[in-house]
Design a protein around this ligand. Structure first.
Ligand code: ZN
Length: 594
């Protein structure tokens, strides 16, 4: 559990374009200001075919309120009230701080007061409680914040009452943590919220007041909940917003990701990097194997020496030996100069051999010998040359299968397979898509001299659902293409991203009425509302008489010849149906039964 050592740093000032002071008053707020309720609702969307729920770029969880209550009760029973309270307060703080970050990055230039209001709406949207802001006022320059809110039908109060009954203490711990995390994350200093009334104490609604620590005076009890002081808790770390923000701004020359699958691969890499072990990296094309190999080199004791890469699939078979081991002058016609091979050039460094399965069997034999003897012989030269090289090989095929099929030497396979790392395809680490998209966008905006304007919501949604057969490289290409196709200063939209790729399945979003609606329509499907184009797609010539006859016939067939039933299918009376049928000279076909 992370604990906030201090309020999330880098408030609004992280947006270079915006240096207006952090000051505002709820009385100045207008409902039409961005982010509006519907803009916020747009951020929440469901991707049922993929088993994910998103709040903008954060994966969310839909949890039964009663399960939350049961979990809470178990914690209270096992840890005691005070420690459980701290745990849930910190959990809430994380959510609030993340939502503050979402609003900051999505609406960097929004009105200050509207941004503070957005937190109350997100809190409601996420189903914790209905927030009614009574008033709030803030001024970062003088360090002043004061706000008062009502929380109606708080989920946590319900669950607490169900588990423990009405008591002496307030119970909306997660929600207090959320408010503290959200407001502190925007304000840039710790703003502490307290429940002065709570339904779990027998009040009608929960009443909440927020002030800075200085304004409250003694806040030691609040801080005890916010900071994981218990030794059994994980060591406190930086505010929750920091690591992600860093990951986004880091240059793309390092692997980027925060998903569980990516993190597992990255941990494996960090573990093996300081050792001299040979590493075999597996994963689909475009998954970032070379980037991982470079990172391995960077983190290794060899980082001062060269990283040399060779793609075995890109070199003709008859030249690969010369590429790997070098050539002596006069070794063959045209070899007018001696030159070192990749092994020699990687001396004391790292040699990355991509698509190792493409190496011929004779080539494999020579590679094995170089690995075993730690020396190479140039083509046409008799003198063995000592080399100290760490080999990192990569493959997008299953080398065991290649061994079984007799296309890959078993002894070389075991020599390379000392420490295998498998990189997940992008579709198995979708949580990283927003991070990667953001990093690529930042990079290409810089390279192309463009003003970053982000992606539209539906473009981001489509990316989150797309399967990425070409993995990270394909995402990179889509972003570059999207930037070229979009106008300066305007966000990249769906139409700029996808051209001939198979479009992702439909997405579902929440409408303001709370119903699920389709969130993304593929550009190709944009005309699907047109009956004419649908008929053309079905290769039905739209002549009106023919259409009418066809509809009548189909209705009749569906109704097993029952005239009244067929008429109902087309919204006609039996007489109207019979008349039209007769018009088409089909009067005898139907049995005038029913
Ligand atoms: Zn309460």
């Amino acid at each position: 559990m992370q604990a906030p050592r201090q309020p999330a740093s880098a408030p609004f000032h992280d947006s270079a374009a915006d240096d207006t002071p952090i000051r505002g008053d709820s009385t100045q707020w207008q409902e039409t200001q961005s982010p509006t309720s519907s803009e916020l609702a747009e951020c929440l969307f469901f991707s049922p075919e993929d088993g994910r729920i998103w709040l903008n770029d954060q994966r969310m969880l839909l949890m039964h309120s009663s399960s939350f209550g049961a979990l809470r009760r178990e914690f209270i029973d096992h840890m005691g009230l005070q420690r459980a309270r701290g745990l849930f307060t910190r959990t809430g703080y994380q959510s609030g701080a993340r939502d503050a970050q979402l609003i900051r990055t999505r609406w960097p230039n929004a009105d200050r007061t509207a941004v503070f209001f957005a937190g109350t709406r997100l809190h409601s949207l996420e189903g914790m409680t209905k927030v009614e802001p009574l008033h709030f006022k803030f001024d970062a320059d003088s360090g002043f914040y004061e706000g008062e809110f009502l929380w109606h039908h708080s989920c946590e109060a319900d669950e607490h009452i169900a588990a423990c009954g009405i008591g002496q203490d307030s119970a909306c711990w997660t929600e207090i943590g959320y408010a503290t995390g959200y407001v502190s994350g925007l304000f840039g200093r710790l703003v502490i919220f307290r429940e002065v009334e709570c339904r779990a104490m027998g009040h009608k609604v929960c009443r909440v007041i927020g002030k800075t620590a200085e304004q409250w005076g003694d806040v030691s009890a609040d801080l005890a909940c916010l900071y994981a002081t218990d030794s059994s808790a994980a060591a406190p770390t930086a505010p929750p917003t920091a690591p992600r923000a860093q990951a986004v701004t880091t240059d793309q020359l390092v692997p980027i990701g925060a998903s569980a699958a990516f993190t597992a691969a990255r941990h494996a890499l960090q573990r093996v990097a300081p050792t001299p072990a040979t590493v075999l990296i597996g994963g689909e094309s475009g998954a970032g194997k070379e980037l991982f190999a470079r990172e391995l080199h960077r983190l290794s004791p060899r980082s001062e020496a060269s990283f040399v890469a060779l793609n075995c699939a890109a070199i003709p078979e008859n030249l690969i030996e010369a590429e790997l081991f070098g050539v002596e002058r006069g070794a063959y016609t045209g070899a007018s100069h001696s030159r070192p091979g990749r092994f020699e050039r990687a001396h004391q460094g790292t040699l990355f051999l991509d698509e190792i399965a493409c190496l011929s069997l004779p080539g494999q034999g020579k590679l094995l010998r170089a690995l075993q003897e730690r020396e190479v012989e140039r083509v046409g030269g008799g003198q063995p040359i000592r080399v100290d090289v760490r080999v990192v090989a990569a493959t997008n095929v299953d080398l065991r299968q290649e061994v079984k099929a007799g296309r890959f030497r078993e002894d070389l396979f075991y020599r390379l397979n000392v420490y295998p790392i498998t990189l997940p395809p992008l579709r198995e680490r979708r949580d990283d898509i927003p991070l990667l998209a953001d990093a690529f966008l930042t990079r290409y905006c810089r390279d192309y001299g463009r003003t970053p304007a982000g992606l539209t919501m539906r473009a981001l949604k489509a990316l989150l659902l797309y399967d990425f057969p070409g993995n990270v490289r394909e995402l990179q290409n889509l972003i570059e293409r999207g930037l070229i196709a979009s106008d300066e200063g305007r966000p990249i939209d769906l139409v700029h991203l996808f051209h001939n790729e198979p479009m992702p399945p439909q997405l579902y979003s929440i409408s303001q009425a709370g119903t699920l609606t389709t969130a993304v329509e593929a550009p190709a499907k944009a005309a699907s509302g047109s009956l004419l184009e649908r008929l053309q797609a079905l290769q039905i010539t739209p002549d009106l008489d023919g259409l009418e006859k066809r509809l009548l016939d189909e209705a009749l067939a569906k109704a097993d010849g029952n005239l009244a039933a067929a008429a109902r299918l087309l919204g006609l009376s039996r007489a109207q149906f019979a008349y039209r049928l007769k018009k088409h000279g089909n009067g005898q076909a139907a049995q005038p039964s029913g």
